[in-house]
Design a protein around this ligand. Structure first.
Ligand SMILES: NC(=O)C1=CN([C@@H]2O[C@H](COP(=O)(O)OP(=O)(O)OC[C@H]3O[C@@H](n4cnc5c(N)ncnc54)[C@H](OP(=O)(O)O)[C@@H]3O)[C@@H](O)[C@H]2O)[C@@H](O)CC1
Ligand SMILES: Nc1ncnc2c1ncn2[C@@H]1O[C@H](COP(=O)(O)OP(=O)(O)O)[C@@H](O)[C@H]1O
Ligand SMILES: [K+]
Length: 495
């Protein structure tokens, strides 16, 4: 799990690394520039015209080093523009300026807007980084507007210039609007919020060799779930284990109009490796279940109160369940039992906040998408506010809230927010959430605690979607579900 830190903390990590790992700051800048260039070249053909616009702090120093390295890599059409409206120059900027002067890369100086070219093919924005510390004046805002309006592709170094990632002002943003930001060492929490789209459409993070030990020692409420973290949560299948070892999941989903949802959810349970799966459904659907998913067992939904829940390791309720009185009664009934429970979709639609048990259910996970969340917890103007409500509510209700999105937030009763790093827009198709519910319920049955099951379930789900999106423009839930076992194997093999 990588902890996400603030700008201020990142600057401390920078200083710590230079002092304790005895790395001169200019060498760290070189590492940052090398890492940036390595990532950048996969987005940009060396024939393109690249304009590198730099300030005079360390972000600008990075830009100068990047220009030199791109030139060495074979980029022939590079020009550097230095913005001359800075009070001072950082030492490492000066060193890199001297180094760049030794090359053939043209260096131009910009004191007014019309010193810049009218259009840019590729603009690398190395004007302001984490040292951005006050309102932008007219010089900067007009330059940023010009770059934003007249570039084909803007790539920002570390952070889009003029963006304060720790206290973003949504209403008066007048900085750079990048297509891509290549950030150093850690994802910026702000970039996981949909509102960051106005600042950067996409981001990538590169390792520049700051002290991991130091960064991990900083306490953070936001944690980034990467592949390594996922691997550490996945239990290994051991010799002599059998279907009983991997738990029995009860899936309660699918009204007559949405039977498919119950099959998607139950199949996701199957493919995430639970030992046994029982689908609670109408008896007239049994023959179809037997044909469409022969591994599933069935139970009659009209007799749900007769079920001996001791036989079950987890329950998934909600996908396509419907919102009639029968569905409501069923959800309320299971909510009062003690079996680990995942509530999704209609199971959430039939509940009010006050229905959540006062003495919290030991393992309760809810997986709302934005509409389900706002219906239960109130309307929100921004995702930042929505996330704060989710965080507080998970603590108050002592449950896990999986707030689904591009970067799904997993809020826990102890106030932590785990941010899932996987998933992509190819997955935006009805039924995808049903699959996620199945993944989480299966992992609960396999013995993970609710926090672990939610984290790993989201990761595996998105990871499978990411792998498939390399080959398919859209990834259907069925396709994703079929590929879950491959992802589980893949993750179990991370070095
Ligand atoms: N973190 C790391 O580990 C590493 C970080 N690295 C890089 O360092 C970057 C941070 O560099 P940094 O500290 O020099 O600050 P930076 O953003 O270049 O700007 C400072 C200059 O801008 C000025 N200025 C500020 N606001 C302004 C405004 N509104 N309008 C006008 N001017 C304004 C400010 O002026 P002053 O306040 O001095 O008058 C100062 O001159 C970081 O983002 C990353 O790219 C890597 O090289 C290596 C490892
Ligand atoms: N653009 C996207 N990026 C990442 N994940 C996505 C994207 N669109 C959808 N998903 C994932 O797909 C699932 C959709 O859930 P949900 O809206 O409940 O679907 P449904 O109700 O149709 O089953 C979530 O897990 C979400 O994270
Ligand atoms: K920048």
């Amino acid at each position: 799990m990588l902890n996400l830190i603030t700008n201020q903390q990142m600057r401390m990590a920078d200083a710590y690394t230079c002092e304790n790992l005895k790395i001169p700051s200019v060498d760290l800048m070189e590492k940052a520039a090398i890492a940036f260039v390595k990532a950048f070249i996969s987005y940009c053909n060396p024939e393109r015209e690249v304009y590198i616009i730099v300030g005079k702090g360390n972000n600008g120093g990075d830009g100068l080093a990047i220009a030199r390295l791109l030139h060495q890599t074979g980029f022939k059409n590079i020009k550097v523009y230095i913005l001359e409206k800075f009070n001072s120059e950082s030492n490492d900027f000066v060193i890199n300026y001297e180094r760049l002067k030794q090359t053939e890369v043209p260096i131009l100086h910009c004191t007014a807007l019309n010193d810049l070219p009218p259009t840019f093919d590729v603009a690398i924005d190395a004007i302001l980084g984490s040292g951005f510390n006050r309102e932008l004046d007219l010089f900067f805002t007009s330059i940023f507007k010009h770059i934003n309006t007249n570039s084909n592709f803007i790539v920002s170094v570390d952070v889009p210039s003029g963006c304060n990632v720790d206290s973003f002002n949504y209403n008066s943003y007048n900085g750079i609007r990048a297509q891509l930001t290549i950030s150093f060492q850690r994802p910026k929490f702000f970039f996981t919020l949909p509102e960051s789209q106005m600042v950067t459409e996409d981001f990538e993070v590169v390792d520049i060799g700051l002290s991991q030990e130091y960064i991990q020692s900083i306490t953070s409420e936001y944690l980034w779930v990467d592949k390594e973290a996922a691997k550490s949560l996945l239990p290994r299948r051991k010799k002599f284990t059998h279907k009983g070892t991997y738990g029995h999941v009860l899936v309660c989903a699918g009204s007559p109009h949405m039977r498919g949802a119950s099959l998607l959810c139950a199949k996701a349970v199957l493919k995430t490796g639970a030992g046994l799966i029982t689908l609670l459904t109408n008896s007239d659907f049994f023959p179809f279940v037997n044909v469409l998913a022969p591994e599933l067992m069935t139970k009659n939904i009209n007799q749900f109160k007769d079920i001996n829940l001791e036989k079950f390791s987890s329950i998934a309720i909600g996908p396509g369940l419907g919102t009639d009185e029968k569905a409501k009664e069923l959800v309320h009934y299971f909510l009062r039992q003690n079996t680990p429970l995942v509530l999704d979709a209609d199971a959430l639609n039939v509940l009010q906040l006050e229905d959540f048990p006062k003495n919290p259910h030991e393992s309760l996970i809810i997986t709302p998408h934005v509409n389900e969340f706002d219906r239960l917890f109130g309307q929100h103007e921004s995702w930042y506010e929505r996330l704060q409500t989710a965080k507080k509510s998970a603590e108050k209700l002592k449950i896990i809230i999986v707030l689904k999105n591009q970067y799904t937030y997993i809020c826990t009763p102890n106030g932590k927010v785990f941010i899932n790093s996987t998933g992509n827009p190819a997955m935006a198709q009805g039924g995808m959430g049903d699959a996620l519910t199945g993944c989480i319920a299966a992992l609960l049955a396999r013995g993970l605690n609710p926090q672990e099951a939610a984290i790993l379930g989201c990761f595996i789900h998105g990871y499978t979607g990411d792998k498939l999106a390399q080959h398919y423009e859209v990834v259907s839930p069925s396709l994703l579900i079929d590929n879950l076992p491959k992802s589980l194997l893949d993750i179990s093999k991370v070095e």
